[in-house]
Design a protein. Structure first.
Length: 147
């Protein structure tokens, strides 16, 4: 069984070319890619760290979460930044699939540039620990009310 964890920070008002929801302009592309993981009982968790009040784009992400993420089997939690001040985070968003780590690299204006693999066990451990600490503080989608 695989565990897939996403850590994503508020991208601002422009989604650029994020591969998680927007690839080919269709969230169902990602759901199709993740379907085998869900079918095998995998754990799909996405954490969104957000500034409040949220931007128009983050409001859109919130509104489409039931269709773009929850319908695909993900569990989504939201972490307002005021709950994260004492947490340690890596400098980039990342995907962690068991012990396979990919950093998501974006430009300063939010354009997605690609992924950066990392196989250093210390970095993988740091990312897993930071995700778990943030996950414990985050608010489940069903309970989060954006400001």
């Amino acid at each position: 069984m695989m565990t897939l964890r996403f850590l994503a920070k508020d991208p601002g008002s422009d989604h650029g070319n994020s591969p998680t929801v927007w690839e080919d302009g269709d969230s169902y592309v990602v759901q199709a890619l993740l379907a085998p993981l869900v079918a095998s009982g995998g754990d799909l968790r996405r954490l969104r760290t957000v500034s409040e009040p949220i931007t128009e784009y983050v409001r859109y992400e919130y509104d489409v979460t039931p269709f773009a993420n929850l319908a695909g089997g993900e569990v989504v939690r939201w972490l307002p930044r005021d709950r994260a001040s004492d947490l340690r985070f890596p400098g980039n968003d990342f995907w962690l699939i068991d012990d396979w780590l990919l950093f998501s690299i974006s430009s300063g204006d939010g354009e997605w540039l690609g992924v950066q693999p990392n196989d250093d066990p210390r970095v993988i451990g740091f990312c897993a620990e930071s995700f778990e600490a943030a996950w414990r503080r985050a608010i489940d989608y069903s309970d989060y009310r954006p400001i």
